[in-house]
Design a protein around this ligand. Structure first.
Ligand SMILES: Cc1cc2nc3c(=O)[nH]c(=O)nc-3n(C[C@H](O)[C@H](O)[C@H](O)COP(=O)(O)OP(=O)(O)OC[C@H]3O[C@@H](n4cnc5c(N)ncnc54)[C@H](O)[C@@H]3O)c2cc1C
Length: 423
Protein backbone atom coordinates (compact mmCIF):
# COMPACT_ATOMS: atom_id res chain seq x y z
CA UNK A 1 0.00 0.00 0.00
CA UNK A 2 1.25 3.51 -0.81
CA UNK A 3 0.73 6.09 1.93
CA UNK A 4 1.29 9.84 1.79
CA UNK A 5 1.96 11.58 5.11
CA UNK A 6 1.40 15.35 5.27
CA UNK A 7 3.79 16.91 7.80
CA UNK A 8 7.31 16.03 8.94
CA UNK A 9 7.02 17.03 12.59
CA UNK A 10 7.03 14.50 15.43
CA UNK A 11 3.64 13.12 14.39
CA UNK A 12 4.45 12.81 10.69
CA UNK A 13 7.97 11.37 10.98
CA UNK A 14 6.92 8.71 13.50
CA UNK A 15 3.86 7.82 11.37
CA UNK A 16 6.13 7.38 8.35
CA UNK A 17 8.59 5.23 10.28
CA UNK A 18 6.01 2.80 11.64
CA UNK A 19 4.13 2.66 8.31
CA UNK A 20 7.38 1.70 6.56
CA UNK A 21 8.05 -0.92 9.26
CA UNK A 22 4.57 -2.33 8.53
CA UNK A 23 5.50 -2.76 4.86
CA UNK A 24 3.94 0.37 3.32
CA UNK A 25 5.54 2.47 0.61
CA UNK A 26 5.65 5.90 2.23
CA UNK A 27 6.11 9.48 1.02
CA UNK A 28 6.27 12.40 3.47
CA UNK A 29 5.62 15.93 2.26
CA UNK A 30 6.43 19.09 4.22
CA UNK A 31 6.54 22.78 3.31
CA UNK A 32 9.69 23.33 5.37
CA UNK A 33 13.24 22.57 4.13
CA UNK A 34 13.71 19.77 6.69
CA UNK A 35 11.94 17.75 9.41
CA UNK A 36 10.78 19.13 12.76
CA UNK A 37 11.09 22.81 11.90
CA UNK A 38 7.71 24.03 13.19
CA UNK A 39 6.20 23.14 16.60
CA UNK A 40 8.52 20.14 17.01
CA UNK A 41 11.57 22.40 16.81
CA UNK A 42 12.32 23.65 20.34
CA UNK A 43 9.74 22.27 22.76
CA UNK A 44 10.31 21.58 26.45
CA UNK A 45 12.05 18.28 25.71
CA UNK A 46 10.01 16.25 28.20
CA UNK A 47 8.64 12.75 27.71
CA UNK A 48 6.19 13.49 30.47
CA UNK A 49 4.22 10.32 31.18
CA UNK A 50 3.76 11.50 34.78
CA UNK A 51 1.66 14.47 33.69
CA UNK A 52 -1.35 13.06 31.84
CA UNK A 53 -3.88 15.50 33.36
CA UNK A 54 -4.95 18.01 30.70
CA UNK A 55 -5.09 21.77 31.17
CA UNK A 56 -8.87 21.38 31.00
CA UNK A 57 -9.52 20.17 34.54
CA UNK A 58 -11.87 21.27 37.34
CA UNK A 59 -9.41 23.86 38.70
CA UNK A 60 -8.71 25.49 35.30
CA UNK A 61 -11.61 28.01 35.06
CA UNK A 62 -10.71 29.63 38.41
CA UNK A 63 -7.00 29.64 37.52
CA UNK A 64 -7.61 31.26 34.12
CA UNK A 65 -9.82 33.93 35.74
CA UNK A 66 -7.16 34.64 38.37
CA UNK A 67 -4.57 35.16 35.64
CA UNK A 68 -6.83 37.29 33.39
CA UNK A 69 -5.20 40.59 32.42
CA UNK A 70 -1.69 39.53 33.50
CA UNK A 71 0.68 39.80 30.51
CA UNK A 72 2.94 37.07 31.92
CA UNK A 73 0.05 34.74 32.86
CA UNK A 74 1.05 31.09 32.29
CA UNK A 75 -2.28 30.47 30.50
CA UNK A 76 -3.69 33.46 28.62
CA UNK A 77 -6.82 33.78 26.48
CA UNK A 78 -6.52 36.78 24.16
CA UNK A 79 -10.09 36.85 22.92
CA UNK A 80 -10.44 37.76 19.24
CA UNK A 81 -13.27 38.05 16.73
CA UNK A 82 -12.63 34.44 15.80
CA UNK A 83 -15.52 31.97 15.94
CA UNK A 84 -13.10 29.00 16.02
CA UNK A 85 -11.45 30.39 19.14
CA UNK A 86 -14.79 30.90 20.96
CA UNK A 87 -15.98 27.42 19.98
CA UNK A 88 -12.70 25.97 21.26
CA UNK A 89 -12.96 27.92 24.53
CA UNK A 90 -16.54 26.69 25.09
CA UNK A 91 -15.45 23.07 24.51
CA UNK A 92 -12.46 23.61 26.82
CA UNK A 93 -14.88 24.64 29.60
CA UNK A 94 -16.96 21.50 29.00
CA UNK A 95 -13.82 19.33 29.26
CA UNK A 96 -13.18 20.81 32.73
CA UNK A 97 -16.06 18.73 34.17
CA UNK A 98 -14.63 16.11 36.59
CA UNK A 99 -15.92 13.09 34.64
CA UNK A 100 -14.49 14.39 31.37
CA UNK A 101 -11.13 15.20 32.98
CA UNK A 102 -10.89 11.69 34.44
CA UNK A 103 -11.66 10.08 31.07
CA UNK A 104 -9.22 12.33 29.19
CA UNK A 105 -6.49 11.74 31.78
CA UNK A 106 -6.89 7.96 31.45
CA UNK A 107 -6.79 8.09 27.64
CA UNK A 108 -3.64 10.25 27.63
CA UNK A 109 -1.96 8.13 30.32
CA UNK A 110 -2.59 4.91 28.39
CA UNK A 111 -1.18 6.35 25.17
CA UNK A 112 1.74 8.01 26.99
CA UNK A 113 2.84 4.79 28.73
CA UNK A 114 2.63 2.90 25.45
CA UNK A 115 4.49 5.68 23.66
CA UNK A 116 7.37 5.67 26.13
CA UNK A 117 7.72 1.90 25.70
CA UNK A 118 7.75 2.36 21.93
CA UNK A 119 10.35 5.14 22.18
CA UNK A 120 12.63 2.90 24.24
CA UNK A 121 12.17 0.00 21.82
CA UNK A 122 12.94 2.30 18.88
CA UNK A 123 16.07 3.60 20.60
CA UNK A 124 17.28 0.09 21.32
CA UNK A 125 16.54 -1.10 17.79
CA UNK A 126 18.07 1.83 15.92
CA UNK A 127 20.60 3.46 18.28
CA UNK A 128 18.92 6.82 17.57
CA UNK A 129 20.79 9.75 19.15
CA UNK A 130 18.87 12.86 20.19
CA UNK A 131 20.41 14.06 23.50
CA UNK A 132 18.21 11.65 25.43
CA UNK A 133 18.13 11.66 29.25
CA UNK A 134 16.51 9.01 31.44
CA UNK A 135 16.64 10.56 34.92
CA UNK A 136 12.94 11.40 34.99
CA UNK A 137 11.07 14.60 35.79
CA UNK A 138 10.93 16.40 39.14
CA UNK A 139 7.62 18.22 39.58
CA UNK A 140 8.48 21.05 41.98
CA UNK A 141 6.10 22.61 44.50
CA UNK A 142 6.88 25.83 46.31
CA UNK A 143 3.47 26.12 47.99
CA UNK A 144 2.65 23.76 50.86
CA UNK A 145 -1.03 24.05 49.98
CA UNK A 146 -0.34 22.74 46.45
CA UNK A 147 2.06 20.09 47.73
CA UNK A 148 -0.66 18.76 50.07
CA UNK A 149 -2.54 17.54 46.96
CA UNK A 150 0.42 15.48 45.71
CA UNK A 151 -0.42 12.18 47.51
CA UNK A 152 -3.85 12.20 45.84
CA UNK A 153 -2.21 12.96 42.46
CA UNK A 154 0.22 10.09 42.97
CA UNK A 155 -2.63 7.71 43.77
CA UNK A 156 -4.27 8.64 40.44
CA UNK A 157 -0.99 8.03 38.61
CA UNK A 158 -0.41 4.69 40.35
CA UNK A 159 -3.93 3.57 39.42
CA UNK A 160 -2.95 4.35 35.81
CA UNK A 161 0.22 2.25 36.13
CA UNK A 162 2.58 5.25 36.29
CA UNK A 163 5.35 5.21 38.90
CA UNK A 164 6.13 8.26 41.03
CA UNK A 165 7.75 9.08 44.32
CA UNK A 166 7.04 11.93 46.77
CA UNK A 167 10.14 13.72 48.05
CA UNK A 168 10.53 16.20 50.91
CA UNK A 169 12.86 19.19 50.31
CA UNK A 170 15.99 17.40 51.60
CA UNK A 171 15.31 14.31 49.50
CA UNK A 172 14.69 16.57 46.49
CA UNK A 173 18.07 18.32 46.92
CA UNK A 174 19.80 14.97 47.49
CA UNK A 175 18.43 13.74 44.17
CA UNK A 176 19.01 17.00 42.28
CA UNK A 177 21.75 19.11 43.94
CA UNK A 178 21.31 21.81 41.28
CA UNK A 179 18.24 22.93 43.25
CA UNK A 180 20.19 23.76 46.43
CA UNK A 181 19.51 27.52 46.23
CA UNK A 182 15.78 26.75 46.00
CA UNK A 183 15.85 24.77 49.30
CA UNK A 184 14.32 27.52 51.56
CA UNK A 185 11.31 27.92 49.22
CA UNK A 186 10.73 24.29 48.37
CA UNK A 187 7.70 22.46 49.80
CA UNK A 188 8.63 19.22 48.03
CA UNK A 189 8.58 17.38 44.75
CA UNK A 190 7.05 14.49 42.87
CA UNK A 191 9.56 12.42 40.94
CA UNK A 192 8.19 10.88 37.73
CA UNK A 193 10.72 8.05 37.62
CA UNK A 194 9.83 6.69 34.22
CA UNK A 195 9.89 10.04 32.42
CA UNK A 196 12.59 10.96 29.95
CA UNK A 197 13.94 13.92 28.01
CA UNK A 198 15.30 14.53 24.56
CA UNK A 199 15.75 17.02 21.76
CA UNK A 200 12.66 16.65 19.57
CA UNK A 201 14.22 18.35 16.55
CA UNK A 202 17.29 16.09 16.65
CA UNK A 203 14.95 13.12 17.04
CA UNK A 204 12.96 14.16 13.94
CA UNK A 205 16.18 14.58 11.95
CA UNK A 206 17.69 11.27 13.12
CA UNK A 207 14.49 9.30 12.51
CA UNK A 208 14.09 10.90 9.08
CA UNK A 209 17.56 9.63 8.15
CA UNK A 210 16.70 6.13 9.37
CA UNK A 211 13.38 6.25 7.51
CA UNK A 212 15.10 7.41 4.31
CA UNK A 213 17.52 4.51 4.63
CA UNK A 214 14.48 2.23 4.98
CA UNK A 215 13.03 3.57 1.71
CA UNK A 216 10.75 6.42 2.85
CA UNK A 217 10.71 9.34 0.40
CA UNK A 218 10.70 12.87 1.89
CA UNK A 219 9.64 15.85 -0.23
CA UNK A 220 10.62 19.06 1.57
CA UNK A 221 9.87 22.65 0.48
CA UNK A 222 6.59 21.27 -0.81
CA UNK A 223 3.30 22.65 0.38
CA UNK A 224 -0.01 20.79 0.18
CA UNK A 225 -2.68 23.04 -1.28
CA UNK A 226 -5.75 20.83 -1.62
CA UNK A 227 -7.10 17.29 -1.91
CA UNK A 228 -8.43 15.76 -5.14
CA UNK A 229 -11.43 13.49 -4.65
CA UNK A 230 -12.97 10.85 -6.89
CA UNK A 231 -16.10 8.92 -5.87
CA UNK A 232 -15.82 9.84 -2.20
CA UNK A 233 -12.15 8.90 -1.82
CA UNK A 234 -8.99 10.97 -1.86
CA UNK A 235 -7.24 10.45 -5.16
CA UNK A 236 -4.26 12.75 -4.63
CA UNK A 237 -3.00 15.98 -3.10
CA UNK A 238 -2.19 19.09 -5.08
CA UNK A 239 1.18 20.52 -4.10
CA UNK A 240 3.37 23.53 -4.83
CA UNK A 241 7.14 23.45 -4.43
CA UNK A 242 9.29 26.43 -3.42
CA UNK A 243 9.71 27.42 -7.09
CA UNK A 244 5.89 27.55 -7.37
CA UNK A 245 5.84 24.45 -9.56
CA UNK A 246 2.53 22.64 -9.15
CA UNK A 247 2.10 18.87 -9.03
CA UNK A 248 -0.17 16.09 -7.81
CA UNK A 249 0.95 13.30 -5.45
CA UNK A 250 -1.07 10.10 -5.53
CA UNK A 251 -1.34 7.32 -2.95
CA UNK A 252 -3.76 4.71 -1.59
CA UNK A 253 -4.05 6.34 1.84
CA UNK A 254 -3.31 9.79 3.26
CA UNK A 255 -2.33 10.83 6.81
CA UNK A 256 -2.82 14.40 7.97
CA UNK A 257 -0.08 15.20 10.51
CA UNK A 258 0.08 18.93 9.82
CA UNK A 259 -0.02 20.10 13.45
CA UNK A 260 -1.91 23.35 14.05
CA UNK A 261 -2.58 23.69 10.32
CA UNK A 262 -4.52 20.41 10.04
CA UNK A 263 -7.96 22.10 10.36
CA UNK A 264 -7.28 24.45 7.41
CA UNK A 265 -6.22 21.55 5.21
CA UNK A 266 -9.41 19.60 5.93
CA UNK A 267 -11.86 22.48 5.92
CA UNK A 268 -12.65 22.20 2.20
CA UNK A 269 -13.52 18.51 2.72
CA UNK A 270 -16.14 19.40 5.34
CA UNK A 271 -14.07 17.85 8.19
CA UNK A 272 -14.13 20.22 11.16
CA UNK A 273 -11.25 19.45 13.53
CA UNK A 274 -11.46 20.84 17.09
CA UNK A 275 -7.84 22.05 17.01
CA UNK A 276 -6.74 25.57 17.93
CA UNK A 277 -3.14 26.87 18.03
CA UNK A 278 -1.89 27.51 21.56
CA UNK A 279 1.31 29.50 21.46
CA UNK A 280 4.21 28.60 23.75
CA UNK A 281 7.71 29.95 24.24
CA UNK A 282 11.11 28.46 24.87
CA UNK A 283 14.69 29.55 25.36
CA UNK A 284 17.74 27.39 24.66
CA UNK A 285 20.69 28.52 26.73
CA UNK A 286 24.30 27.28 26.79
CA UNK A 287 25.29 25.83 30.16
CA UNK A 288 28.31 27.62 31.65
CA UNK A 289 28.60 25.61 34.87
CA UNK A 290 28.23 21.90 34.02
CA UNK A 291 28.68 20.83 37.68
CA UNK A 292 25.73 22.92 38.86
CA UNK A 293 23.40 22.20 35.93
CA UNK A 294 20.44 19.89 36.65
CA UNK A 295 20.61 16.29 35.46
CA UNK A 296 16.88 15.75 35.90
CA UNK A 297 14.17 17.57 34.01
CA UNK A 298 12.17 20.04 36.11
CA UNK A 299 8.53 21.11 36.03
CA UNK A 300 7.39 24.15 38.00
CA UNK A 301 3.77 23.19 38.55
CA UNK A 302 2.56 26.64 39.62
CA UNK A 303 4.13 28.66 36.82
CA UNK A 304 3.77 25.95 34.14
CA UNK A 305 7.45 26.17 33.23
CA UNK A 306 9.60 23.15 32.32
CA UNK A 307 13.38 22.90 32.12
CA UNK A 308 15.37 20.11 30.45
CA UNK A 309 19.07 19.57 30.00
CA UNK A 310 19.73 18.79 26.35
CA UNK A 311 23.42 18.08 25.83
CA UNK A 312 25.32 21.26 26.68
CA UNK A 313 22.19 23.41 26.80
CA UNK A 314 19.25 24.05 29.06
CA UNK A 315 15.87 24.27 27.36
CA UNK A 316 13.31 26.25 29.38
CA UNK A 317 9.77 26.34 28.02
CA UNK A 318 6.29 27.31 29.00
CA UNK A 319 3.32 29.63 28.82
CA UNK A 320 0.21 29.12 26.76
CA UNK A 321 -1.51 31.84 24.82
CA UNK A 322 -4.63 31.58 22.66
CA UNK A 323 -4.07 34.27 20.08
CA UNK A 324 -4.73 32.70 16.68
CA UNK A 325 -1.88 31.84 14.31
CA UNK A 326 0.14 34.87 15.35
CA UNK A 327 3.77 33.72 15.78
CA UNK A 328 5.27 37.08 16.71
CA UNK A 329 6.94 36.85 20.11
CA UNK A 330 5.63 38.82 23.07
CA UNK A 331 8.69 40.11 24.98
CA UNK A 332 6.84 39.98 28.34
CA UNK A 333 6.24 36.26 27.96
CA UNK A 334 9.82 35.49 26.85
CA UNK A 335 11.10 37.60 29.75
CA UNK A 336 9.05 35.54 32.21
CA UNK A 337 10.90 32.39 31.10
CA UNK A 338 14.32 34.05 31.33
CA UNK A 339 13.40 35.33 34.81
CA UNK A 340 12.40 31.80 35.87
CA UNK A 341 15.80 30.45 34.86
CA UNK A 342 17.73 33.21 36.62
CA UNK A 343 15.62 32.78 39.73
CA UNK A 344 15.71 28.96 39.95
CA UNK A 345 19.16 28.10 38.58
CA UNK A 346 21.23 31.29 38.97
CA UNK A 347 24.56 31.36 37.15
CA UNK A 348 24.15 27.93 35.56
CA UNK A 349 23.55 29.10 31.98
CA UNK A 350 24.38 32.23 30.01
CA UNK A 351 21.04 33.92 29.39
CA UNK A 352 22.71 36.62 27.27
CA UNK A 353 23.18 33.87 24.65
CA UNK A 354 19.64 32.52 24.91
CA UNK A 355 18.00 31.49 21.65
CA UNK A 356 14.35 32.53 21.79
CA UNK A 357 11.62 30.56 20.04
CA UNK A 358 7.88 30.21 19.99
CA UNK A 359 5.63 27.58 18.47
CA UNK A 360 1.95 26.73 18.11
CA UNK A 361 0.75 23.67 20.00
CA UNK A 362 -1.97 21.91 17.96
CA UNK A 363 -4.38 21.71 20.88
CA UNK A 364 -7.75 20.01 21.19
CA UNK A 365 -9.90 21.26 24.10
CA UNK A 366 -9.37 17.95 25.94
CA UNK A 367 -5.65 17.63 24.99
CA UNK A 368 -6.56 14.16 23.64
CA UNK A 369 -5.09 13.88 20.13
CA UNK A 370 -7.11 12.94 17.05
CA UNK A 371 -5.79 9.60 15.79
CA UNK A 372 -7.60 7.34 13.35
CA UNK A 373 -10.23 7.49 10.63
CA UNK A 374 -12.10 10.41 9.12
CA UNK A 375 -15.44 10.25 7.30
CA UNK A 376 -13.43 9.75 4.10
CA UNK A 377 -12.44 6.15 3.67
CA UNK A 378 -8.73 6.59 2.84
CA UNK A 379 -7.99 9.76 4.84
CA UNK A 380 -6.52 9.41 8.34
CA UNK A 381 -5.50 11.74 11.18
CA UNK A 382 -2.52 11.85 13.50
CA UNK A 383 -2.75 15.35 14.92
CA UNK A 384 -3.93 17.53 17.81
CA UNK A 385 -1.27 16.47 20.32
CA UNK A 386 -1.31 19.83 22.13
CA UNK A 387 1.03 19.96 25.12
CA UNK A 388 2.23 16.35 24.75
CA UNK A 389 3.26 15.78 21.14
CA UNK A 390 6.77 14.62 22.08
CA UNK A 391 5.50 12.37 24.88
CA UNK A 392 2.90 10.76 22.62
CA UNK A 393 4.85 10.71 19.33
CA UNK A 394 6.01 7.10 19.00
CA UNK A 395 2.79 5.61 20.38
CA UNK A 396 0.66 7.76 18.04
CA UNK A 397 2.84 6.94 15.03
CA UNK A 398 2.69 3.21 15.75
CA UNK A 399 -1.06 3.33 16.36
CA UNK A 400 -1.89 5.11 13.09
CA UNK A 401 0.28 2.64 11.19
CA UNK A 402 -1.65 -0.22 12.86
CA UNK A 403 -5.00 1.36 11.97
CA UNK A 404 -4.07 1.93 8.32
CA UNK A 405 -2.71 -1.59 7.90
CA UNK A 406 -5.77 -3.18 9.53
CA UNK A 407 -4.30 -4.06 12.92
CA UNK A 408 -5.78 -3.17 16.32
CA UNK A 409 -3.58 -0.62 18.12
CA UNK A 410 -2.36 -1.74 21.54
CA UNK A 411 -3.39 1.00 23.98
CA UNK A 412 -6.92 1.56 25.27
CA UNK A 413 -7.58 4.93 23.71
CA UNK A 414 -10.48 6.61 21.86
CA UNK A 415 -9.08 6.08 18.36
CA UNK A 416 -11.40 7.67 15.82
CA UNK A 417 -13.61 5.24 13.97
CA UNK A 418 -12.59 2.19 16.06
CA UNK A 419 -14.75 0.44 18.62
CA UNK A 420 -12.86 0.38 21.91
CA UNK A 421 -13.45 0.71 25.63
CA UNK A 422 -13.41 4.43 25.04
CA UNK A 423 -15.87 4.70 22.14
C1 LIG B 1 6.74 25.85 24.08
C2 LIG B 1 6.35 24.41 23.86
C3 LIG B 1 6.81 23.44 24.74
C4 LIG B 1 6.43 22.12 24.56
N1 LIG B 1 6.96 21.16 25.38
C5 LIG B 1 6.63 19.86 25.22
C6 LIG B 1 7.21 18.87 26.05
O1 LIG B 1 8.06 19.13 26.88
N2 LIG B 1 6.79 17.57 25.88
C7 LIG B 1 5.85 17.24 24.95
O2 LIG B 1 5.49 16.07 24.89
N3 LIG B 1 5.34 18.15 24.10
C8 LIG B 1 5.70 19.45 24.21
N4 LIG B 1 5.17 20.41 23.38
C9 LIG B 1 4.21 19.99 22.36
C10 LIG B 1 4.85 19.38 21.13
O3 LIG B 1 6.00 20.10 20.76
C11 LIG B 1 3.82 19.37 19.97
O4 LIG B 1 2.65 18.71 20.40
C12 LIG B 1 4.38 18.65 18.75
O5 LIG B 1 5.57 19.26 18.33
C13 LIG B 1 3.38 18.66 17.61
O6 LIG B 1 3.97 17.93 16.55
P1 LIG B 1 3.24 17.82 15.14
O7 LIG B 1 4.05 16.92 14.31
O8 LIG B 1 1.80 17.52 15.34
O9 LIG B 1 3.26 19.34 14.58
P2 LIG B 1 4.48 20.12 13.88
O10 LIG B 1 5.75 19.83 14.52
O11 LIG B 1 4.05 21.55 13.78
O12 LIG B 1 4.53 19.46 12.45
C14 LIG B 1 3.56 19.74 11.46
C15 LIG B 1 4.29 19.80 10.13
O13 LIG B 1 3.33 19.96 9.10
C16 LIG B 1 3.86 20.82 8.11
N5 LIG B 1 2.74 21.41 7.38
C17 LIG B 1 1.69 22.10 7.87
N6 LIG B 1 0.85 22.44 6.87
C18 LIG B 1 1.39 21.96 5.72
C19 LIG B 1 1.01 22.00 4.35
N7 LIG B 1 -0.12 22.59 3.95
N8 LIG B 1 1.82 21.42 3.44
C20 LIG B 1 2.98 20.80 3.82
N9 LIG B 1 3.38 20.74 5.10
C21 LIG B 1 2.60 21.30 6.04
C22 LIG B 1 4.67 21.84 8.90
O14 LIG B 1 5.68 22.41 8.11
C23 LIG B 1 5.21 21.01 10.05
O15 LIG B 1 6.54 20.55 9.80
C24 LIG B 1 5.55 21.74 23.51
C25 LIG B 1 5.11 22.72 22.61
C26 LIG B 1 5.51 24.04 22.77
C27 LIG B 1 5.04 25.07 21.79
Amino acid sequence: MEVLVIGAGLAGVTSAWYLAQAGCKVTVVDRQPGPGLETSFANGGQISVSHPEPWANPSAPATVLRWLGRKDAPLLFRFRADAAQWRWAASFLRECLPGRTARNTTAIANLASYSRRELRALRTATGLEYEAGEGGILHLFESSREFAHVPAKLKVLENLGIRGCILDPDQTIALEPALTTLRPRLAGALHGMDDETGNAHLFCKALTEKAQAAGVRFLFNTSVQAFDMIRGRINGVRVLDSDHRAGVLRADAFVVAAGSYSPQLLQALGEKLPIYPVKGYSITVPIVDMERAPQLSLTDEARRVVCSRLGKHLRVAGTAELNGYNLSPDPARSAAIVAWLEDHLPGVADVAQAEHWCGLRPATPSNVPLIGHTRIDNLFLNTGHGTLGWTLACGSGHAIADIITGRVPEPAFPFRGLISAFS
